[in-house]
Design a protein around this ligand. Structure first.
Ligand code: BMA
Length: 316
């Protein structure tokens, strides 16, 4: 597949950015990096809001068509509760939403920003009118986590991104019998090195999506430059029965900052996908992402086109 074909995989929505801080019912600095799902026949985004102190919380927005006429809830859903959850002292960020059919509830994996660094926290919700916190699942530094929608060999599985002191930040997979105790940690996808677009630091985007060809994984790579990192997006496929097996991974990025709202913001040159919604009837995959750490944007692709592209990537 040529670069031109890769770049055409995702189409930016004409009404991008689909959400800005001006749409919020109160003053804040920015909205970005939303979790996404279909709830009650509508598209729901759990939006990260950075307030005017720099601390983030999460609020629900809903839209019938997933692109326009968004309605925010009056109150945020997840506000840091440092008295009961000291790990949330500096905010709750970057949620990923996974529907768990077995439990008939959503699991929200979000970054709690503790005094000792960001960590992975989990919370449960049936319909996003209230939440039940499970607390930290991974100690700091760890972020960019999401759960698989079903058990694999009897256990829940989570992808996440610890940041060790040396050797770059890579994507790991861990397992749990009960969503509380996590173990059997294994390195899943490594950041590449040197001049590569995904050298040094990568992290999961939206939750893994089950397809006939494997679990589709979308991840970001941050390539350091003299003017700061550029955040771009690549894809991988994991074995359905054993997601520790990486079947394919794109060499080239499939989406990167091009539009003005992606190239300029509080942080320049950032596209940061955190949610996607598949329309089973049409095969349209809607990718929701933070742009420039300032606004929320939408790009769509056809799942069949994505899988056709993945088949051209060498297996291995
Ligand atoms: C990552 C996270 C995201 C942010 C991105 C780009 O490390 O902190 O919340 O969107 O950097 O600045």
């Amino acid at each position: 597949m040529t670069r031109a074909a890769l770049q055409e995989l995702f189409d930016r929505h004409p009404s991008n950015p689909i959400l800005t801080v001006a749409d919020l019912p109160y003053r804040a600095n920015s909205v970005f990096n939303p979790g996404a799902g279909r709830v009650g026949g509508e598209t729901l985004l759990l939006v990260r809001v950075e307030d005017l102190r720099g601390i983030s919380h999460l609020i629900v927005a809903r839209s019938a068509d997933g692109a326009t006429a968004w309605r925010f809830d009056e109150e945020p859903l997840i506000v840091p509760e440092p008295d009961r959850h000291p790990e949330e002292i500096w905010g709750c960020e970057d949620p990923r939403l996974t529907w768990l059919p077995e439990r008939e509830e959503w699991v929200i994996a979000y970054t709690a920003y503790s005094r000792r660094g960001p960590l992975v926290s989990l919370a449960m919700s049936r319909d996003f009118t209230d939440v039940r916190r499970l607390g930290p699942a991974m100690p700091p530094e760890d972020k960019d986590a999401a759960l698989f929608p079903r058990r694999i060999d009897g256990r829940w599985a989570m992808i996440h991104r610890p940041s060790p002191l040396r050797g770059g930040a890579h994507i790991w997979i861990s397992y749990s019998p009960d969503l509380h105790h996590w173990g059997d940690h294994e390195l899943l996808l490594e950041a590449r090195d040197g001049a590569w677009w995904d050298a040094g630091k990568i992290g999961l985007g939206p939750p893994p999506l089950e397809t006939a060809d494997g679990w589709l994984v979308c991840y970001h790579g941050a390539h350091g430059t003299a003017s700061g990192p550029i955040y771009r997006v690549g894809l991988a496929l994991l074995d359905l029965d054993d997601p520790r097996r990486v079947l394919r991974r794109t060499d080239e990025w499939v989406f990167g900052p091009q539009a003005p709202y992606e190239r300029g913001g509080d942080v320049n040159k950032v596209v940061f996908p955190t949610g996607w919604v598949l329309d089973e009837a049409t095969g349209t995959l809607s990718l929701y992402y933070g742009a420039g750490d300032s606004v929320i944007a939408l790009a769509t692709a056809n799942l069949a086109d994505i899988l056709a592209l993945m088949r051209t990537v060498p297996a291995g």
